[in-house]
Design a protein around this ligand. Sequence first.
Ligand code: 8YV
Length: 345
Amino acid sequence: FGKRMKVVVSRNLGPDVMPLLQERKELELVVWPEDRPCERKWLLENIPGAIGVVVMLSEKMDQEAYDTAGPSLRVISTMSVGYEHIDLQLAAQRNIKIGYTPDVLTDAVADISVMLALMAGRNVRETTELVGRGDWPKTAWAPFGFCGPQLSANWIHNTRTAGFIGFGRISQATLTRLIPFGFTNCVYMSNPSSKPNPEADAETARRYNLRSVRRVGLDELAAESDVVFVLAPGGASTYHIVNEDFLRKMKETAVLVNTARGTLVDSDALAKALREKWIWGAGIDVVEGEPSVGLDHPLVKEPRCVVLPHIGSATIETRLGMATTAAKNLLGALFDEPMPAELKR
Ligand code: 8YV
């Protein structure tokens, strides 16, 4: 019986998924033992000689990590759909396979995107805080008290427009959920390196019975949308794509939802937009610099901003799916079995 293959796992994946790894006696599993994020120091101490790693978004797989692992490293399996923490170029040069977890989280993130849009539009943060402070008895019902814009189509606005920055799987699942709300128009922006395809847009419109689906520029997207959903990957090409200029072009009754990455939105500009009422509200699941987001953060201070601690994929079913996919991606790469989701570049 030869030497066992070392695999470093940066989080305990739970009682349903860990056995998938533990039952492979060929593996020597080194698992971060604590119930908090894995420390960089621990990762670097344990990674030398590893053939595989299972990581989360918070574990940077950069040159230092690759060099410390050494030439044994064959697979990086991340429990996330995002992969900006992994240096893909170096992985390609070193012939390292990458596994990730798309698809299983699409519905959970689409659900929470719609939820944030409604929460932001209907003043849910301000009103639940009021009830939480015990102030409900002090309020008198008023015809226009606590009102926010109605995001679904209504007697005044018989159509609604959804705007998407990024138009991948999660955007389309979000759009599907919005159709019964009367969103009959969709504008989106996608990766400038991909070719516009008006025929595919017309086909999407037909499929969903929408009036129109149009790929547009940022200015048009800002000006036409009743809700802007930020659902594009992070990284340099999308950094602060939602900035002061964009926010100034949005409708006063519109809301902004970010369930992608904090880096796409300039937090200071968004706080200013909310303070000065350029837009109605915002719902964000991700913030630049997270998790260091305290009470003094400009967005936490804005009553019209619903802030969630990056829980878009946090349903029991989804996280189980992500953890299972991450484990199977690792095993697939190591034992020459199919990987459920290999990231191809
Ligand atoms: C996860 C995410 O919570 O999948 C992603 O890219 O941002 C979230 O679903 C996180 O990545 C866990 O690593």
